[in-house]
Design a protein around this ligand. Structure first.
Ligand SMILES: [Cu+2]
Length: 553
């Protein structure tokens, strides 16, 4: 079988540059020189699990799909921005506990924001702010091996650290969960979520520097739904017919315990990607859901570390995507397959009206995820899906005050075999280079030199996809010239809404247009393949407040 370019490069062919130790040597290069270097990558796979649980051998559809409980407020506290007003106050405690992932699997030790994985769901309304005290009551030892060579996870910092982030929330910087703002057992953080944004499916998860991938794998995530009047007026399936579906893959051992793969390299257990053979839906393996013969709304959330899903129904029936990361699409988009990257959300409506008495499977390629058991009862009356949902005004390119070309590249040190993935050839610790001004619009061109699809997430903002375009990777590598190949490809219909995580396709330029609305301050942008983000595919950006006018000085 011919080797891929990646495999060839991983074997050392074509490596033209000698980097010494990770960090020290790359830091010696100017970013532009680094960006032009011919580079390569090696996959760093994990060692096989000793005495694994083979998920495929488990009995299917013996557990009902769990629906996470809804977070309840415990009183109110003063609004930090208007102390005369009070906001609902919530307290979530992170704890280690045991969950039952399947009838025939022994209880699994995990970490949770509530009583299970995923944690409880926030039900919020647009414009109604709230306060959350996030409390760390976790043990002092991590469930999984910590790689102390990873940035921010050195042996000089506590092993267990947490900082929660609400993915997609427009929040002041101090409440965003900046990766370095972690706190340890016995400590907490009080965050303010103003919710000044449109109805959508957000989710919260841990973001602690250097161990985010481990904390999320342990179970630290949950849903954060924002609702509004416009959405309510559409008559979409609601109440028991509106269900969040978290999809996440894991590896287990025969004793039912989570296994996070280890590279086997002493002192450097980091692996480049994680793929489990056990697919959990809301925390169960092969769950079933009894449904009526009517439309249902499902909020699909990919909470996997690395895995993309290719979702379809076993009977080949179409479903409609009605929303993406940051809210409703202009209109429902009929699909038979939906590709969901880590961090992305898709709001879909599945109509079971014509499937009374049958059993349908939700699948991802050859993986069976869950079963829908459709009632034999005749279809109940349900409102038809509206033709129009919410207008999404396209942002004119002419409004952009700046275009940034930003590379996504993988690098390998031929001596140590250490691998890093960098955004614009810059380490986390380099000075901040992306400093958009508040309330301006920028175009970000993501030049992906790799053979991977990287889901790139920007905190704070929502954005639109302009287009994707192939480019000549080798010409750029050898000559530093950007040569595009072919015409730009417009977004697919289900990518024409507001996004906060975009799939940057391999060897393509992905152009997004970003209004930097919200708040000034320091945020992050990163790949949502958590293993990539941990090994340097994450950078700060800083929103600069508009200069004060003379009259205000
Ligand atoms: Cu990535």
């Amino acid at each position: 079988m011919p080797l891929s370019r990646r495999q060839l490069l991983a074997r050392g062919l074509g490596v033209a540059t000698a980097f010494a130790a990770r960090g020290r040597a790359l830091a010696a290069f100017a970013p532009s020189a680094v960006a032009r270097t011919v580079l390569n990558v090696g996959m760093r796979p994990g060692l096989p699990v000793k005495s694994p649980l083979h998920a495929s051998s488990l009995a299917r559809f013996v557990d009902a799909l769990p629906i996470p409980e809804v977070v309840k407020a415990s009183g109110s506290r003063p609004d930090p921005t208007k102390p005369t007003q009070r906001l609902p106050f919530h307290r979530l405690e992170m704890r280690e506990l045991e969950v039952q992932v399947h009838r025939d699997v022994k209880p699994t030790r995990c970490w949770s924001y509530g009583t299970g994985v995923p944690g409880p769901t926030f039900e919020t309304r647009s414009g109604q702010g709230l306060l959350v005290e996030w409390v760390n009551s976790l043990p002092n030892r991590h469930l999984f091996p910590v790689d102390h060579s990873i940035c921010g996870a050195g042996a000089n910092v506590p092993e267990v650290r947490t900082v929660p982030h609400v993915h997609g929330a427009r929040v002041p910087a101090r409440s965003d969960g900046y990766p370095e703002n972690w706190f340890t057992r016995g400590k907490s953080a009080l965050y303010h979520y103003p919710n000044q944004q449109e109805a959508t499916t957000l989710w919260y998860h841990d973001h602690a520097m250097g161990i985010e991938r481990l904390n999320q794998y342990a179970g630290l995530f949950g849903a954060f739904l924002v609702r509004d009047e416009t959405e309510a007026a559409l008559g979409l399936p609601s109440g028991p017919y509106d269900i969040p579906l978290f999809i996440f893959d894991r590896l287990f051992d025969a004793a039912g315990q989570l296994q996070y793969p280890n590279s086997g390299i002493p002192d450097a257990p980091w692996v480049s990607e994680v793929y489990g053979d056990a697919m959990l839906i809301n925390g169960k393996l092969f769950p079933y859901l009894d449904v009526e013969a009517r439309p249902y709304r499902f909020r699909l959330i990919n909470a996997s570390n690395s895995r993309f899903y290719y979702l379809s129904l076993s009977n080949g029936q179409a479903f409609h995507q009605i929303g993406s990361d940051q809210g409703l699409l202009p209109g429902p988009v009929p699909l038979q397959t939906l590709i969901l990257a880590p961090g992305e959300r898709a709001d879909i409506v599945v109509d079971f009206s014509a499937s009374g008495g049958s059993e349908l499977l939700l699948k991802s390629q050859s993986f069976v995820l869950m079963q829908f058991r459709v009632s034999r009862k005749p279809p109940s009356a349900a409102a038809a899906l509206p033709v129009s949902l919410r207008p999404v005004k396209r942002i004119p390119r002419s409004t952009a005050v700046k275009t940034r070309s930003l590379t996504l590249k993988e690098y390998q040190d031929p001596k140590t075999n250490a691998m890093v993935m960098l955004l614009n050839a810059a380490y986390w610790r380099y000075p901040v280079t992306e400093k958009p001004q508040l309330d301006t619009v920028e175009i970000w061109e993501l030049l992906n030199f790799t053979e991977d699809n990287h889901p790139i997430h920007l905190h704070l903002v929502r954005f639109q996809l302009l287009e994707r375009q192939h480019f000549d990777v080798e010409t750029f590598n050898f000559k530093g010239e950007l040569r595009t190949l072919g015409a730009p490809l417009p977004p697919d219909a289900n990518e024409t809404g507001w996004k906060d995580t975009i799939q940057a396709y391999p060897e393509m330029i992905t152009r997004i247009i970003v209004p930097f609305h919200g708040y000034p301050g320091r945020y992050v942008w990163h790949c949502h393949v958590l293993e990539h983000a941990a090994n340097e595919m994450m950078r700060p950006f800083e929103v600069i407040a508009a200069p004060r006018r003379a009259a205000a000085l």
